[in-house]
Design a protein around this ligand. Structure first.
Ligand code: PLP
Length: 399
Protein backbone atom coordinates (compact mmCIF):
# COMPACT_ATOMS: atom_id res chain seq x y z
CA UNK A 1 0.00 0.00 0.00
CA UNK A 2 1.29 3.41 -0.91
CA UNK A 3 1.84 5.55 2.15
CA UNK A 4 -0.02 8.83 2.32
CA UNK A 5 2.32 11.76 1.99
CA UNK A 6 2.86 13.47 5.37
CA UNK A 7 2.25 16.79 3.64
CA UNK A 8 -0.94 15.84 1.79
CA UNK A 9 -2.97 18.00 4.18
CA UNK A 10 -1.28 21.13 2.82
CA UNK A 11 -3.02 20.89 -0.52
CA UNK A 12 -6.22 19.41 0.93
CA UNK A 13 -6.72 22.20 3.41
CA UNK A 14 -5.82 24.86 0.90
CA UNK A 15 -8.28 23.43 -1.60
CA UNK A 16 -10.93 23.34 1.09
CA UNK A 17 -10.37 27.06 1.69
CA UNK A 18 -10.62 27.74 -2.04
CA UNK A 19 -13.84 25.68 -2.27
CA UNK A 20 -15.39 27.71 0.53
CA UNK A 21 -14.02 30.96 -0.91
CA UNK A 22 -12.13 31.59 2.32
CA UNK A 23 -8.68 31.81 0.74
CA UNK A 24 -6.94 35.16 0.44
CA UNK A 25 -6.63 36.45 -3.08
CA UNK A 26 -3.67 38.73 -2.74
CA UNK A 27 -3.77 41.95 -4.74
CA UNK A 28 -0.33 43.29 -5.62
CA UNK A 29 0.48 47.00 -5.57
CA UNK A 30 2.89 48.09 -8.27
CA UNK A 31 4.51 51.08 -6.65
CA UNK A 32 3.71 53.05 -3.52
CA UNK A 33 0.56 53.02 -1.39
CA UNK A 34 -0.69 56.40 -2.60
CA UNK A 35 -4.32 57.60 -2.96
CA UNK A 36 -4.24 56.64 -6.64
CA UNK A 37 -2.20 53.50 -6.88
CA UNK A 38 -1.59 50.78 -9.41
CA UNK A 39 -2.99 47.41 -8.47
CA UNK A 40 -2.48 44.61 -10.96
CA UNK A 41 -2.00 47.04 -13.79
CA UNK A 42 -5.09 49.08 -13.00
CA UNK A 43 -5.11 52.60 -11.58
CA UNK A 44 -7.42 52.62 -8.59
CA UNK A 45 -8.34 54.82 -5.68
CA UNK A 46 -6.97 53.30 -2.46
CA UNK A 47 -9.81 52.99 0.01
CA UNK A 48 -8.63 50.21 2.31
CA UNK A 49 -5.10 50.86 3.52
CA UNK A 50 -4.29 51.71 7.14
CA UNK A 51 -2.12 54.57 5.94
CA UNK A 52 -4.68 57.03 7.40
CA UNK A 53 -2.56 60.16 7.08
CA UNK A 54 -0.71 59.31 3.89
CA UNK A 55 2.55 59.33 5.85
CA UNK A 56 4.01 56.25 4.16
CA UNK A 57 4.85 58.55 1.23
CA UNK A 58 5.53 61.75 3.10
CA UNK A 59 8.80 63.29 1.81
CA UNK A 60 10.12 63.77 5.36
CA UNK A 61 9.73 60.08 6.15
CA UNK A 62 11.33 58.99 2.90
CA UNK A 63 14.26 61.37 3.33
CA UNK A 64 14.81 60.25 6.93
CA UNK A 65 14.86 56.60 5.85
CA UNK A 66 17.35 57.23 3.05
CA UNK A 67 19.61 59.28 5.30
CA UNK A 68 19.60 56.58 8.01
CA UNK A 69 20.72 53.97 5.49
CA UNK A 70 23.67 56.20 4.65
CA UNK A 71 24.63 56.91 8.26
CA UNK A 72 23.68 53.62 9.95
CA UNK A 73 23.47 50.97 7.22
CA UNK A 74 20.75 48.68 5.98
CA UNK A 75 20.38 46.47 9.04
CA UNK A 76 20.92 46.69 12.79
CA UNK A 77 23.06 43.58 13.08
CA UNK A 78 21.49 42.05 16.15
CA UNK A 79 18.64 41.74 18.60
CA UNK A 80 18.09 44.76 20.81
CA UNK A 81 19.64 43.37 24.05
CA UNK A 82 22.89 42.16 22.41
CA UNK A 83 24.23 44.68 19.89
CA UNK A 84 21.12 45.78 18.02
CA UNK A 85 20.29 48.94 19.94
CA UNK A 86 21.50 51.98 18.04
CA UNK A 87 21.25 55.61 19.11
CA UNK A 88 18.44 55.95 16.60
CA UNK A 89 16.32 53.30 18.39
CA UNK A 90 16.81 55.05 21.72
CA UNK A 91 15.94 58.40 20.19
CA UNK A 92 12.72 56.96 18.77
CA UNK A 93 11.66 55.69 22.19
CA UNK A 94 12.38 59.05 23.80
CA UNK A 95 10.45 60.89 21.11
CA UNK A 96 7.53 58.52 21.35
CA UNK A 97 7.28 58.81 25.14
CA UNK A 98 7.26 62.59 24.80
CA UNK A 99 4.59 62.44 22.09
CA UNK A 100 2.47 60.10 24.21
CA UNK A 101 3.12 62.18 27.35
CA UNK A 102 4.17 59.00 29.10
CA UNK A 103 7.13 58.39 31.36
CA UNK A 104 8.67 55.92 28.92
CA UNK A 105 8.09 53.92 25.74
CA UNK A 106 9.49 50.73 24.26
CA UNK A 107 9.54 49.85 20.57
CA UNK A 108 8.98 46.29 19.33
CA UNK A 109 9.40 44.91 15.81
CA UNK A 110 5.64 44.98 15.24
CA UNK A 111 2.42 45.49 17.12
CA UNK A 112 1.86 41.76 16.96
CA UNK A 113 5.26 41.20 18.58
CA UNK A 114 4.37 43.67 21.34
CA UNK A 115 1.11 41.88 22.22
CA UNK A 116 2.57 38.40 21.85
CA UNK A 117 5.65 39.35 23.88
CA UNK A 118 4.23 41.44 26.68
CA UNK A 119 0.76 40.07 27.52
CA UNK A 120 1.99 36.63 28.67
CA UNK A 121 4.50 38.31 30.98
CA UNK A 122 1.98 40.63 32.62
CA UNK A 123 -0.26 37.78 33.74
CA UNK A 124 0.61 34.15 34.46
CA UNK A 125 -0.34 31.29 36.73
CA UNK A 126 -2.77 32.40 39.41
CA UNK A 127 -3.78 35.51 37.46
CA UNK A 128 -6.80 36.40 35.34
CA UNK A 129 -6.93 38.11 31.95
CA UNK A 130 -10.25 39.70 31.01
CA UNK A 131 -10.65 40.41 27.31
CA UNK A 132 -13.28 42.09 25.10
CA UNK A 133 -14.89 39.42 22.91
CA UNK A 134 -13.91 41.27 19.72
CA UNK A 135 -10.26 41.91 20.54
CA UNK A 136 -7.66 41.67 17.77
CA UNK A 137 -6.06 38.33 16.93
CA UNK A 138 -2.65 39.43 18.19
CA UNK A 139 -4.17 40.04 21.64
CA UNK A 140 -5.85 36.65 21.48
CA UNK A 141 -2.52 35.01 20.67
CA UNK A 142 -0.76 36.96 23.45
CA UNK A 143 -3.41 35.72 25.88
CA UNK A 144 -2.99 32.15 24.61
CA UNK A 145 0.73 32.32 25.40
CA UNK A 146 -0.05 33.20 29.01
CA UNK A 147 -0.64 30.67 31.78
CA UNK A 148 -3.29 32.92 33.29
CA UNK A 149 -6.97 32.07 33.44
CA UNK A 150 -9.14 33.85 30.92
CA UNK A 151 -12.52 35.50 30.89
CA UNK A 152 -14.30 37.35 28.10
CA UNK A 153 -16.80 40.20 28.43
CA UNK A 154 -19.40 41.24 25.88
CA UNK A 155 -18.16 43.66 23.30
CA UNK A 156 -17.60 47.13 24.84
CA UNK A 157 -20.11 46.26 27.57
CA UNK A 158 -18.93 47.92 30.77
CA UNK A 159 -21.72 46.32 32.82
CA UNK A 160 -20.69 42.88 31.67
CA UNK A 161 -17.08 43.70 32.51
CA UNK A 162 -18.25 44.67 36.01
CA UNK A 163 -20.04 41.32 36.31
CA UNK A 164 -16.83 39.49 35.34
CA UNK A 165 -14.78 41.54 37.82
CA UNK A 166 -17.25 40.87 40.64
CA UNK A 167 -17.19 37.16 39.85
CA UNK A 168 -13.39 37.28 39.85
CA UNK A 169 -13.35 38.80 43.30
CA UNK A 170 -15.06 35.69 44.68
CA UNK A 171 -12.43 33.39 43.21
CA UNK A 172 -10.57 31.17 45.68
CA UNK A 173 -7.69 31.38 46.09
CA UNK A 174 -7.84 35.08 45.18
CA UNK A 175 -6.24 35.97 41.85
CA UNK A 176 -2.79 37.46 42.25
CA UNK A 177 -3.33 39.94 39.44
CA UNK A 178 -6.10 40.88 37.06
CA UNK A 179 -5.41 42.31 33.60
CA UNK A 180 -8.16 43.88 31.48
CA UNK A 181 -7.35 44.15 27.76
CA UNK A 182 -9.24 45.95 25.03
CA UNK A 183 -8.72 47.26 21.53
CA UNK A 184 -8.98 51.06 21.48
CA UNK A 185 -10.74 51.21 18.11
CA UNK A 186 -12.30 48.00 16.80
CA UNK A 187 -11.12 47.52 13.27
CA UNK A 188 -14.16 45.84 11.73
CA UNK A 189 -16.76 48.38 12.88
CA UNK A 190 -14.72 51.48 13.71
CA UNK A 191 -16.28 51.85 17.16
CA UNK A 192 -14.28 53.23 20.09
CA UNK A 193 -13.89 51.20 23.30
CA UNK A 194 -15.45 52.81 26.41
CA UNK A 195 -11.98 53.17 27.89
CA UNK A 196 -13.12 55.73 30.47
CA UNK A 197 -15.59 53.25 31.95
CA UNK A 198 -13.10 50.39 31.70
CA UNK A 199 -10.39 52.44 33.44
CA UNK A 200 -12.81 53.40 36.22
CA UNK A 201 -13.77 49.78 36.83
CA UNK A 202 -10.16 48.71 36.69
CA UNK A 203 -9.29 51.27 39.38
CA UNK A 204 -12.20 50.15 41.58
CA UNK A 205 -11.14 46.51 41.36
CA UNK A 206 -7.38 46.97 41.49
CA UNK A 207 -6.93 45.60 37.96
CA UNK A 208 -4.34 46.56 35.35
CA UNK A 209 -5.72 48.10 32.16
CA UNK A 210 -4.09 47.45 28.77
CA UNK A 211 -5.31 49.19 25.61
CA UNK A 212 -4.25 48.28 22.07
CA UNK A 213 -4.61 51.55 20.20
CA UNK A 214 -3.42 50.40 16.77
CA UNK A 215 -6.32 52.12 14.97
CA UNK A 216 -6.56 55.09 17.32
CA UNK A 217 -3.08 56.54 17.02
CA UNK A 218 -2.66 59.31 14.54
CA UNK A 219 -6.45 59.45 14.49
CA UNK A 220 -7.93 60.08 17.96
CA UNK A 221 -7.07 62.62 20.62
CA UNK A 222 -5.25 65.93 20.41
CA UNK A 223 -2.75 65.84 17.55
CA UNK A 224 -3.49 62.16 16.96
CA UNK A 225 -1.99 61.13 20.30
CA UNK A 226 -4.47 58.30 20.63
CA UNK A 227 -7.24 57.03 22.84
CA UNK A 228 -5.72 57.83 26.24
CA UNK A 229 -5.54 61.50 25.24
CA UNK A 230 -8.98 61.28 23.58
CA UNK A 231 -10.56 60.37 26.93
CA UNK A 232 -8.08 62.53 28.92
CA UNK A 233 -7.28 59.52 31.12
CA UNK A 234 -4.59 59.35 33.72
CA UNK A 235 -1.80 56.87 33.26
CA UNK A 236 -2.36 55.45 36.72
CA UNK A 237 -5.64 54.12 35.33
CA UNK A 238 -4.49 52.97 31.89
CA UNK A 239 -1.26 51.19 32.66
CA UNK A 240 -0.25 49.91 29.24
CA UNK A 241 -0.86 51.86 26.04
CA UNK A 242 0.18 49.66 23.17
CA UNK A 243 0.24 50.74 19.54
CA UNK A 244 1.83 50.38 16.14
CA UNK A 245 3.80 52.42 13.64
CA UNK A 246 2.32 50.35 10.81
CA UNK A 247 -0.97 52.21 10.49
CA UNK A 248 -1.40 55.99 10.71
CA UNK A 249 2.35 56.42 11.31
CA UNK A 250 2.92 54.91 7.88
CA UNK A 251 5.96 52.74 8.66
CA UNK A 252 6.16 49.55 10.77
CA UNK A 253 6.80 48.69 14.41
CA UNK A 254 4.95 48.08 17.65
CA UNK A 255 5.27 49.99 20.88
CA UNK A 256 4.11 50.28 24.45
CA UNK A 257 4.02 53.39 26.60
CA UNK A 258 3.49 53.81 30.32
CA UNK A 259 5.55 54.06 33.48
CA UNK A 260 9.31 53.56 33.58
CA UNK A 261 8.60 50.48 35.73
CA UNK A 262 6.47 49.04 32.92
CA UNK A 263 9.19 49.63 30.32
CA UNK A 264 11.99 48.19 32.49
CA UNK A 265 9.86 45.11 33.05
CA UNK A 266 8.77 44.84 29.42
CA UNK A 267 12.19 44.84 27.80
CA UNK A 268 13.66 42.42 30.27
CA UNK A 269 10.80 39.95 29.91
CA UNK A 270 9.24 40.11 26.43
CA UNK A 271 10.57 37.19 24.44
CA UNK A 272 9.74 38.78 21.10
CA UNK A 273 11.81 41.83 22.02
CA UNK A 274 14.70 39.78 23.40
CA UNK A 275 14.93 37.10 20.74
CA UNK A 276 14.12 38.74 17.41
CA UNK A 277 16.19 41.25 15.42
CA UNK A 278 15.69 44.98 15.90
CA UNK A 279 14.43 47.42 13.31
CA UNK A 280 16.67 48.46 10.45
CA UNK A 281 17.86 52.06 10.99
CA UNK A 282 15.67 53.31 8.14
CA UNK A 283 12.57 52.10 9.98
CA UNK A 284 13.51 53.82 13.23
CA UNK A 285 14.39 57.04 11.40
CA UNK A 286 11.14 57.06 9.42
CA UNK A 287 9.17 56.52 12.63
CA UNK A 288 10.91 59.51 14.24
CA UNK A 289 10.05 61.57 11.16
CA UNK A 290 6.42 60.44 11.45
CA UNK A 291 6.30 61.80 15.00
CA UNK A 292 7.85 65.06 13.72
CA UNK A 293 5.14 65.32 11.09
CA UNK A 294 2.36 64.67 13.59
CA UNK A 295 3.76 67.35 15.88
CA UNK A 296 4.45 69.93 13.19
CA UNK A 297 1.69 69.39 10.62
CA UNK A 298 -1.69 69.12 12.36
CA UNK A 299 -3.48 69.48 9.03
CA UNK A 300 -3.25 65.76 8.22
CA UNK A 301 -5.33 64.67 11.21
CA UNK A 302 -7.77 67.54 10.59
CA UNK A 303 -8.22 66.55 6.95
CA UNK A 304 -8.70 62.92 7.90
CA UNK A 305 -11.66 63.89 10.07
CA UNK A 306 -13.11 66.37 7.53
CA UNK A 307 -12.98 63.68 4.86
CA UNK A 308 -14.45 61.13 7.24
CA UNK A 309 -17.45 63.31 8.06
CA UNK A 310 -18.02 64.16 4.40
CA UNK A 311 -17.85 60.56 3.25
CA UNK A 312 -20.01 59.15 6.06
CA UNK A 313 -22.70 61.76 5.46
CA UNK A 314 -22.77 61.15 1.70
CA UNK A 315 -22.95 57.38 2.11
CA UNK A 316 -25.70 57.65 4.71
CA UNK A 317 -27.67 60.08 2.53
CA UNK A 318 -27.44 57.57 -0.31
CA UNK A 319 -29.09 55.01 1.96
CA UNK A 320 -26.14 52.74 2.74
CA UNK A 321 -25.94 51.02 6.14
CA UNK A 322 -22.69 52.38 7.57
CA UNK A 323 -23.02 50.84 11.03
CA UNK A 324 -21.99 52.66 14.20
CA UNK A 325 -18.47 53.73 13.39
CA UNK A 326 -17.09 56.71 15.29
CA UNK A 327 -13.80 56.79 13.40
CA UNK A 328 -12.35 56.98 9.86
CA UNK A 329 -13.11 53.27 9.44
CA UNK A 330 -16.47 53.16 7.65
CA UNK A 331 -18.03 49.76 7.06
CA UNK A 332 -20.57 49.55 4.24
CA UNK A 333 -22.71 46.71 5.54
CA UNK A 334 -24.52 44.78 2.81
CA UNK A 335 -25.52 41.50 4.46
CA UNK A 336 -24.60 38.43 2.44
CA UNK A 337 -20.99 37.69 1.67
CA UNK A 338 -21.73 37.16 -2.03
CA UNK A 339 -23.08 40.72 -2.29
CA UNK A 340 -20.04 42.16 -0.49
CA UNK A 341 -17.70 40.30 -2.82
CA UNK A 342 -19.63 41.43 -5.90
CA UNK A 343 -19.66 45.02 -4.67
CA UNK A 344 -15.92 44.96 -4.10
CA UNK A 345 -15.25 43.41 -7.52
CA UNK A 346 -17.44 45.97 -9.29
CA UNK A 347 -15.88 48.84 -7.34
CA UNK A 348 -12.46 47.66 -8.46
CA UNK A 349 -13.62 47.68 -12.08
CA UNK A 350 -14.86 51.23 -11.58
CA UNK A 351 -11.52 52.23 -10.04
CA UNK A 352 -12.10 52.01 -6.27
CA UNK A 353 -10.02 49.57 -4.23
CA UNK A 354 -11.93 48.42 -1.13
CA UNK A 355 -11.97 44.87 0.14
CA UNK A 356 -14.90 42.79 1.33
CA UNK A 357 -14.91 41.52 4.92
CA UNK A 358 -17.00 38.39 5.28
CA UNK A 359 -17.66 35.49 7.64
CA UNK A 360 -15.74 34.33 9.70
CA UNK A 361 -14.20 37.78 10.22
CA UNK A 362 -17.67 39.22 10.84
CA UNK A 363 -21.10 37.61 11.45
CA UNK A 364 -22.61 35.75 8.45
CA UNK A 365 -25.29 38.36 7.84
CA UNK A 366 -22.98 41.34 8.37
CA UNK A 367 -20.71 41.04 5.35
CA UNK A 368 -19.37 44.40 4.34
CA UNK A 369 -16.92 46.50 2.45
CA UNK A 370 -14.59 48.11 4.91
CA UNK A 371 -13.40 51.52 3.83
CA UNK A 372 -10.63 53.40 5.56
CA UNK A 373 -10.31 57.12 5.02
CA UNK A 374 -7.03 58.72 4.02
CA UNK A 375 -6.01 62.34 4.55
CA UNK A 376 -4.05 62.34 1.29
CA UNK A 377 -7.24 61.97 -0.77
CA UNK A 378 -8.88 65.06 -2.27
CA UNK A 379 -12.55 66.03 -2.23
CA UNK A 380 -12.70 65.07 -5.92
CA UNK A 381 -11.35 61.64 -5.03
CA UNK A 382 -14.06 61.24 -2.42
CA UNK A 383 -16.75 62.27 -4.91
CA UNK A 384 -15.33 59.79 -7.40
CA UNK A 385 -15.64 57.00 -4.82
CA UNK A 386 -19.10 58.09 -3.66
CA UNK A 387 -20.35 58.14 -7.29
CA UNK A 388 -18.97 54.65 -7.83
CA UNK A 389 -20.69 53.40 -4.66
CA UNK A 390 -23.95 55.01 -5.78
CA UNK A 391 -23.82 53.53 -9.27
CA UNK A 392 -22.96 50.00 -8.14
CA UNK A 393 -25.15 50.15 -5.02
CA UNK A 394 -28.13 50.76 -7.31
CA UNK A 395 -27.00 48.17 -9.82
CA UNK A 396 -26.83 45.51 -7.06
CA UNK A 397 -30.06 46.76 -5.40
CA UNK A 398 -28.25 47.59 -2.15
CA UNK A 399 -29.71 51.10 -2.14
C1 PLP B 1 -2.90 46.03 13.13
C2 PLP B 1 -3.13 45.69 14.53
C3 PLP B 1 -2.14 45.07 15.30
C4 PLP B 1 -0.84 44.61 14.71
O1 PLP B 1 0.02 45.66 14.48
P1 PLP B 1 1.30 45.42 13.56
O2 PLP B 1 2.23 46.48 13.98
O3 PLP B 1 0.87 45.57 12.14
O4 PLP B 1 1.80 44.05 13.86
C5 PLP B 1 -2.39 44.85 16.63
N1 PLP B 1 -3.55 45.19 17.19
C6 PLP B 1 -4.55 45.78 16.48
C7 PLP B 1 -5.82 46.16 17.16
C8 PLP B 1 -4.37 46.04 15.13
O5 PLP B 1 -5.34 46.60 14.43
Amino acid sequence: MKMRSPTAFLREEYEELVRNELDWKIRVLQGPSTPWCTVEGKKVLMFCSNNYLGLSNHPKLKEAAIKAVQTHGAGSGSVRPIAGTMDIHVELEKRLAKFKRAEASLVYQTGFAANAGLIPQLAGKGDLIISDELNHGSIIDGVRLSHAERAVYKHSDVEDLQRVLEEAEKHQPPYRRILIITDGVFSMDGDIAPLDGIAKLGAEHGAMVYVDDAHGEGVLGEGGRGIVTHFKLSRDKVHVEMGTFSKAFGVVGGHVSGSQDLINFAYNKSRTWLLSGSHPPAVAAACIAAIDVLEQEPQHVQRLWEHTRYFKKAMKDLGFDIGNSQTPITPIIVGESGVAKKLSARLFEEGVFALPIVYPMVARDKARIRTIMNAALTREDLDFAINAFEKIGKELHII
